[in-house]
Design a protein. Structure first.
Length: 157
């Protein structure tokens, strides 16, 4: 069974889903869920929202949730690489392309980043352009900037 729950947060309405005891999606600006999800706050979704609130308040830097994003092998490699970008730091699309063994695939990395189904928990907001500028974000650049500002405010090297 697929379960989903939504809550208002400091960055707007967030929806999170789980299937088989693993987080599968996080929707920014969530208005509703796909029809195959049952709207119910499970223990895991409750835990996910607690960790998200702790993160948004600057009290949490790492998440301890079982994640299961659905995607291609390449997308999975990119999303795994995103999990290794430390809190309060950023990487370029080109940096991630090198990490996944495809140094000329920065555009493909950008597409995989855009398809990340579990934003924030898989920190795609930490990926910026080679020129250090913010580039695209599913929830809007204002949310990406807010997340980066939050991390910079609480970052201790």
């Amino acid at each position: 069974m697929k379960y989903a729950w939504k809550q208002k947060t400091d960055i707007g309405m967030i929806g999170i889903s789980e299937e088989d005891g693993k987080i599968t999606n996080l929707w920014l600006n969530c208005a509703g869920f796909p029809i195959d999800f049952k709207e119910k706050e499970t223990a895991l979704l409750h835990k996910a929202f607690i960790q998200l609130e702790e993160y948004l308040s600057g009290k949490r830097k790492d998440f301890s949730l079982p994640l299961h994003p659905s995607g291609t092998v390449f997308q999975q490699k990119v999303w795994d690489a995103l999990l290794n970008i430390p809190y309060g730091q950023t990487a370029s699309y080109g940096d991630i392309a090198k990490v996944v063994g495809s140094p000329k695939a920065s555009r493909a990395v950008g597409m995989a980043n855009n398809k990340n189904p579990i934003a924030i928990f898989i920190p795609c907001h930490r990926v910026i352009g080679a020129n250090k500028k913010l580039v695209g974000y599913g929830g809007g650049l204002h949310i990406k900037q807010k997340l980066l500002n939050l991390e910079n405010a609480h970052f201790k090297a």
